[in-house]
Design a protein around this ligand. Structure first.
Ligand SMILES: C[S@@+](CC[C@H](N)C(=O)[O-])C[C@H]1O[C@@H](n2cnc3c(N)ncnc32)[C@H](O)[C@@H]1O
Length: 218
């Protein structure tokens, strides 16, 4: 995404800290572009769990995706900021943000995104969320997870330090609960009947981030 498009999205947000975050995030993090590529050409709706300020939806729309987008987040401040941005962009017809906990998923079927959210839940809540998310997949739907995985390396150490500051600054209201391992995620998703693909997805960030893509086994 070029600089002008990044600035256009950032300018939809009131708060200058959010605008700076949006510009930086869109410049260095490959998570949204990867999600866009995975759902390209599909008109299935997208459920974005832990959507924050709805940046994924804004990114997808700027890239020409027009499927319905529903984002959920339990942080009402982010939902308010994200909803204002949706209104400013004139996207009310295709994008909706809702204040809700990840435990309260709506009854819809399509694609599901879980970007950088899982580690804020306990191991047990991660398992039940992954099972619930699997049940929201349409037959051709894709569950797209991006998360830090627990590994013994410097990237994982850097992630833990960054998370400490994110929590301390108030950007994330509740700190990390449990960093999953690749095996934990794979076994939960495979038990739910999904095929699973895992690969590194750090981009230009210093974090131990991975892409986990799961699809219904046919
Ligand atoms: C690091 S942010 C990622 C935001 C967004 N997915 C993105 O990539 O732009 C994590 C988000 O998960 C949300 N979150 C954490 N626990 C949650 C829960 N139990 N229910 C709903 N949202 C949750 C936080 O409020 C935060 O907005």
């Amino acid at each position: 995404m070029d600089r002008r498009a990044r600035h256009r999205i950032a300018d939809l947000y009131d708060n200058h800290v959010q605008r700076r975050y949006v510009r930086g995030k869109l410049a260095i993090d490959p998570a949204y572009a990867t999600t866009a590529a995975l759902i390209a050409g599909s008109s299935l709706p997208l459920l974005d769990i832990g959507c924050g300020i709805g940046l994924l939806g804004q990114y997808l729309h700027a890239r020409g995706h027009s499927q319905p987008y529903l984002g959920l987040d339990h942080d009402s401040r982010k939902i308010i900021a994200g909803t204002q941005a949706v209104q400013r962009a004139g996207l009310d017809a295709v994008m909706q943000l809702r204040h809700a906990d990840a435990a309260e998923l709506p009854a819809m079927h399509g694609h599901v995104a879980l970007l950088d959210v899982l580690h804020y839940l306990s191991a047990e809540r991660q398992r039940s969320l992954l099972q619930a998310a699997s049940r929201r997949l349409a037959p051709q739907g894709c569950l797209i997870i991006r998360n830090v995985l627990r590994e013994k390396n410097g990237y994982f150490h850097a992630t833990r330090i960054a998370e400490f500051f994110l929590h301390a600054s108030g950007w994330i209201s509740a700190g990390p609960q449990h960093y999953p391992s690749a095996d934990e995620l794979r076994s939960t998703l495979e038990s739910a009947g999904l095929d699973v693909h895992i690969e590194s997805l750090r981009g230009r960030t210093p974090f131990n981030s991975y892409l986990i893509v799961a699809r219904t086994r046919h």
